[in-house]
Design a protein around this ligand. Sequence first.
Ligand code: HH2
Length: 339
Amino acid sequence: MASYYRPIVQTDAARPPDALPLAGGWGWFDHVEELRRDAPPRLMPARSLPPEIRARLIAPRPAIAGLTLDQPRIMGILNVTPDSFSDGGRFDRPEAALARGRALAEVADILDIGGESTRPGAAVVPVEDEIARTAPVIAGLRAAGVRTPISIDTRKAAVARAALEAGADLINDVAAFTFDPGQVQVAARAGVPVCLMHARGDPITMQDDPRYDNVLLDVYDFLAARVAAVEAAGLSRSQIVVDPGIGFGKTVAHNLALIRGLSLFHGLGCAVLLGASRKRFIGTLAGVAQADRRGPGSIAVALAAVAQGVQFLRVHDAAETRQALRLDMALKKMEQIDD
Ligand code: HH2
């Protein structure tokens, strides 16, 4: 049975001389947790890691869409939809979407624009409608002088193509390029970075009793296979972001297991993204029914992800997350303090 290695990430300034840097970022590790399907987890020193995994864990991640990954990056969500689970209908008129996009660009490192809700139970949006919702907003932001990188959140090649033509820089696909066979070619031809997210089933059925043998290892294996597939289609591993897909075919326990184990995904040699913002498990655990009141719980999860070296945080509350990150980075001695 295969072994998987999860670095035990630390950020303390007191660091042993043989500690290894994690992915060129703010974390380091000198121990890893060895995980197997047929045995209990075991702690082992990082010096005993297989060389290939060691190399993937420590290699600095190249910039993605111009963003260096030596610090956590905020991906601000702009849903141009009538029905997204927490902000549906708020920004689906072009003027509202543009105003929101310009405000978000002030605080987020990258904007993620989506025209199809993928909340549990959501139906597929026709391609023309999805293009009509997203491409004009991207073009409008560019025309207004917004230079912040833009990600298009879509499963569909035609939508991604129109978005890239309008000025988008990254394709974020919640189906990890399994929904539309043309999607990978759009990315390969344009040479843009991509985000591959794990989902179990499609949005209509994904929350119907999801089961895994071992959720952390199953999601890791899925992402490893998808990274290999898009690499084979011509994309470079250094331009792939991986995401365990919180809430996409997962129970509360599955989501928690994935968040606790996030640093495992650095072993894929890719930047890691987490999208937990305002999701249902936060409401369940915190007892908050209204999605737009789940900001504090979302920030708690975001900081837990940063503690595991996660490079991208996909969030609704970008300004609040930025504030929390500034403090977190200052406490980790990552921020220049001038006073
Ligand atoms: N979650 C949503 C949509 N896109 N992309 C990535 N990479 N990771 C995620 O976790 C993720 C995602 C769902 O959240 P939201 O966009 O707020 O809602 P909706 O799908 O209802 O528009």
